[in-house]
Design a protein around this ligand. Structure first.
Ligand code: OOG
Ligand code: MG
Length: 263
């Protein structure tokens, strides 16, 4: 076996510290240019174990960079996944900036699963049959890297920039509306700053779940019953500041409003 010049566990701890201290860091690939995407997912998995060991249980997965708008904005051209833990879910409609570095918000559709999915090449029918309900969602991403700038390997190691997420109050039947036709508007302080359609997410958000199952199966992992899955930003992410009022209009999936505060 090839010997790596770096210790994956040490790097997971390094990232964890920067997350906790809200302190930006240098890209890992500057110091470790031979890091592979697989190494990066192993770092992410080790981070998940650190979180679990302090009681921050994993409750789901997120897909990222599933839309062209998102890929363009960060210069990474393939989908990635990350781990969602209990402490990331925020129930109140308040986004507190304290503890974050340079957060951005993005509208997404969340799937909540009722059945386990493990394997490759699922069809949309398999996914619908395994889905309990869907919910509108707002994800808060906060790269730990300086200037929100990273390579594919860096962002994967940094848990796909996961930070916080909000789910709407209302859950919907998966058959409530056509998610690919749904139009979403992100309104900041009364002004529409981004808009997009569900089809921006790999043609249809259901494709994001198929892709997630494929990607995690390579590590022998599964989507477990009860898990929540964020399918990926429909529009580009928007930077937020103290005092901002963020509203997302999800069309027939209702709307969500968040107040951004320093503390
Ligand atoms: C990576 C995370 C992307 C999404 O929905 O596309 C993501 C990033 O842009 O920092 O969460
Ligand atoms: Mg996202």
């Amino acid at each position: 076996m090839e010997t790596k010049t770096f210790d994956l566990k040490k790097l997971a701890k390094h990232i964890d510290k920067h997350q906790k201290d809200a302190e930006e860091m240098e890209k890992l690939t500057v110091q470790y240019p031979d890091m592979t995407v697989e190494d990066a997912y192993r770092i992410q998995s080790l981070w998940g174990k650190l979180a679990g060991a302090r009681g921050d249980r994993m409750i789901g997965w997120k897909m990222g960079l599933t839309s062209h708008a998102k890929q363009e904005s960060v210069g990474v051209n393939e989908p990635i996944y990350g781990r969602l833990t209990q402490s990331m879910e925020v129930a109140e409609r308040k986004l507190t900036l304290n503890g974050l570095i340079h957060p951005r918000v993005e509208p997404e559709v969340a799937f909540v699963m009722k059945e386990k999915l493990k394997g490759e090449n699922f069809t949309p029918r398999d996914i619908w049959a395994a889905t309990d309900f869907i919910m509108p969602a707002v994800e808060v991403i906060d790269s730990r890297y300086k200037n929100f700038s990273f390579t594919l390997e860096d962002v994967v190691a940094d848990n796909a920039s996961s930070s916080k997420f909000f789910l709407g109050d209302q859950a919907y039947s998966p058959y409530h509306t056509s998610l690919s036709d749904m139009t979403v508007k992100l309104i900041k302080n009364g002004e529409i700053v981004q808009s997009g359609s569900g089809s921006a997410v790999l043609g249809h958000p259901v494709r994001s779940i198929i892709e997630l199952a494929n990607m995690i199966n390579r590590f022998d992992l599964a989507i477990e019953p009860g898990m929540v899955i964020l399918t990926g930003g429909i529009t580009e992410a928007v930077t937020v500041h103290d005092g901002d009022d963020i509203k997302v209009d999800f069309g027939t999936l209702g709307s969500m409003e968040l107040n951004v505060t320093a503390l």
